[in-house]
Design a protein around this ligand. Sequence first.
Ligand SMILES: Nc1nc2c(ncn2[C@@H]2O[C@H](COP(=O)(O)OP(=O)(O)O)[C@@H](O)[C@H]2O)c(=O)[nH]1
Ligand SMILES: [Mg+2]
Length: 440
Amino acid sequence: MVLDKLGESISNALRKVAGRGFVDKAVVDEFIRDLQRALLQADVDVKLVYGLSNNIRDKVLNEKPATGLTAKEHMVKTVYDELVTFLGRETGTIELKKQKILLVGLYGSGKTTSAAKLAKFFLRKGLRPALVGCDTFRPAAQEQIMQLGNQVGVPSYAKGSDAAKAAEEAAKMFSDRDVVIFDSAGRNALDKELAGELTRLKDAIKPDEVFLVIPADIGQAAGKQSEEFAKLVGITGVIVTKMDGTAKGGAALSSCSVVNAPIKFIGVGEKADDFEQYDPKRFVSRLIGYGDLQGLVEKAEEIKSPELMKSAENMMSGKYSLQDFYEQIESVKKMGPLKQVMQMIPGLKMPDGILEVQEKQMAKWKVAMDSMTAKEKLNPEIIDASRIKRIAAGSGLKDDDVKELIKHYDRTKKMMRMVGGRNLKRGNFAQLAKQFGMKV
Ligand SMILES: Nc1nc2c(ncn2[C@@H]2O[C@H](COP(=O)(O)OP(=O)(O)O)[C@@H](O)[C@H]2O)c(=O)[nH]1
Ligand SMILES: [Mg+2]
């Protein structure tokens, strides 16, 4: 996932804490040093890093743990809470109502791509979006937005050389659409020309939302840029793009929390589907190795796959049969790249390269499961040596392939059970601590 390295370093640092007998100043200081190193490597501003470290140190050492929490759990909870505040403060809610959204940002930040992604997002939510290209500055921009509109299947409009006029015409034309998304032109910097253009555009559109689009690889310039745009046109939300292409996204995510606008979405690739609603709680959970079951359920909902919903539900309730496993393999293709999907399944944090093998293996497993009876799939525990032989023969595979499948299923089920009942909000940090190898 995005910011893999940062997540790995923080999990390692927490695991180190888990190995210590008890939490004292030396342990906390060591953890803080590790955390600082990790954040600085992710390009987070030095001042922000010190602010965060001081908060964590202060709370871990001076606050009394909530009832029922051990000192170590208190430390994990504090780190989690502070990171959530740090990387976004609040969840950027998206209202599913009739509205006008204006996208602003510098050249190449990903505005036009994000406009199409946004349109697709609303489309999936059952609303009727439209795209308006107000970039009259770049020659190919109008064509680009029309093409993207075609691709995602929403009407689009881009005409003329006067951005504000085009916006007004489009607003009239799309008055019956639910969500009208206005894409604007960028420049290399927020110069006078762009400032004037955006102000006029905003006056013409009177948008309900103004989203600033910034690329994750912008580094520490993110803070200053967000402030400038916020001052000029007011910002109600931020879209951080290109989270897939950098290990340095920490700067963009943390600096955004400085201006008073939540991050609403992150872009994680060039395609219209590479777009996620941003929830700092979930993001941090994933970052430090806590599976994102919620994300899987949401995505399943969007794709409207009843089988997948059911299997996600089964996963959470601990009922997880080979049938569920089978349906997941089937549905995974509909959901997009396996890698993305797997990252959302708790306990399945996999090293690079392993997923390619996995994909081949899954194809084999599917064949094996096709040779199973419905009863075997629902009650895999009845699959004994003779059944394994029959299934292998029936599917043209080796006994070992079938055994491997059963082993994998057992492992997955165990992991599901471990994380299934957890709920961070309910304050069940014992589970979380266990993930880090702590004795609780
Ligand atoms: N990898 C990646 N590329 C992106 C993402 N968002 C946009 N891009 C690419 O960034 C480049 C500029 O995007 P564009 O939308 O034209 O930027 P604009 O000038 O702000 O409208 C294009 O090549 C996009 O494909 C993202 O989330 N991930
Ligand atoms: Mg553009």
